[in-house]
Design a protein around this ligand. Sequence first.
Ligand code: NAD
Ligand code: GLY
Length: 360
Amino acid sequence: MQTLHVDLGDRSYPIYIGQGLIGQPELLLKHITGKQVLVVTNETVASLYLAQIRQSLQGLHYSEVILPDGEQHKTLNVLARIYDQLLKDKHNRTTTLIALGGGVVGDMTGYAAASYQRGVNFIQVPTTLLSQVDSSVGGKTGVNHPLGKNMIGAFHQPQCVIADTSTLASLPDRELSAGIAEVIKYGLICDAEFYDWLECNASSMLARDQAALSEAVYRSCQNKAEVVAQDEKESGIRAILNLGHTFGHAIETAQGYGNWLHGEAVAAGMMLAIKLSAQLGWIPQAEVARLAQLLQAVKLPIAPPAMTQRQFLELMMVDKKVLDGQLRLVLLESVGKAIITANITTEDVKKVLADAGVQA
Ligand code: NAD
Ligand code: GLY
C-alpha cells in the first residue's frame, strides 16, 4: 500500500492506494471516531463490494442507503434519501458517512455529510478509476441541477480516501477509458513527464495492468493533492484541474446527464481547449495531434457531439469559473503548464467550435 497526504492543516488526510484495501477493516476503523456509520452506495457497486464493507463495520450502529445508479440520479431529490435514512436511524453529529462507489456516489455522500446537521465526517472509498484519480480527493461535493452540472454543492474534506485498485477489475471498459481522461489531464496541466509516461503506458492501462493502473492513480493523486493544498476552495490555481471541463460540462448538460460520461466529455473538452490554445498561438499545432493520438489510443472521443455553437456558449456561461459575466477558461501554455485566462473572446470560442465542426 502507498500513502499520500493532502496537506490542509487541521483538515489534512491520507490517501491510501493499493490492492485489496476494502478487505482491511483497520483502515476504515481508524478514521471512524463515533459509534455510528452510514454507508452510501449504488445498486451496481452494492452487489460487488458492500458485503465486505458491512463486514468491516460489525459492532457499530450501522445503516446503509443504496441509490439508483447513474449520473441522472445525482439530484437533490435522490440526495434526500440519504438524509431520510440518517434521520430515520437517529444518526447524530458524531456519525461517519462512507461513500462506496464512483464519483456520483462520492459527490452525493460528501454533500450529504457537508450538510447533515451542518457537517459530519465522511470517508471516500472510490471504486472507479475516475473517482480514484480525481473526485474522491479535494473535498468538492455536490449534485447537478437540470440547468447546470455540479451547481449545488460544498467544499467538505473527507477523513481519508481508501483507493482499492483491485476494484478496477470489475469496471466496464468504457468507464475505465473515461477515468483515463482525468489522468491525462494531470499530464497536460502540470506534469509533462507523466504525460510522456502515459503515452508509453496507454495500452498497459487499457489492459488493466495493475502496476500501470496503480502508478496512474498514485501520480494523479500526488498532482491533485499538491494543487488542492495550495488552493482548497479554488480562488486561483485549483481551477487548472478544470482543463476541458467548461466545454465538457456543456456537453454533459446538453446531451442529458449520463449519455456522455463525464470523462468522455472532458476528453472532447480537452481537445477543444488545446485547439484553442494552438489557435491563440500559445502551443504548437503538433501538440493538438499528439493529444488526439493519445485520447484515441485509450478509446476516448476527440470531437464534440452534434450541438450548436449557441448551445455551447449558453451552457459555458453557467460555468463556475465565470466571474461578473466574463468567461474564463483553462488553456495550455505548453504541455505541463496550464493557465486560467479571461483573455478570450466569444469569437475565439466560436472559431474553435466551428473548426471542430460545430454549427452556428
Ligand atoms: P459513476 O460514479 O457514475 O460510476 C461509473 C459507473 O461505474 C457507474 O455505473 C457505477 O455504478 C459503476 N461502478 C463503480 N465502481 C465500479 C466497479 N468497481 N466495478 C463495476 N462498476 C462500477 O461515475 P464516475 O466516472 O466514477 O464519476 C463521475 C462523477 O464524478 C461525475 O458526476 C462528475 O461530476 C464527478 N466528478 C467530481 C469531481 C470532484 O472533484 N468532486 C471530479 C471529477 C468528477
Ligand atoms: N475536479 C476538479 C477539482 O477537484 O477541482
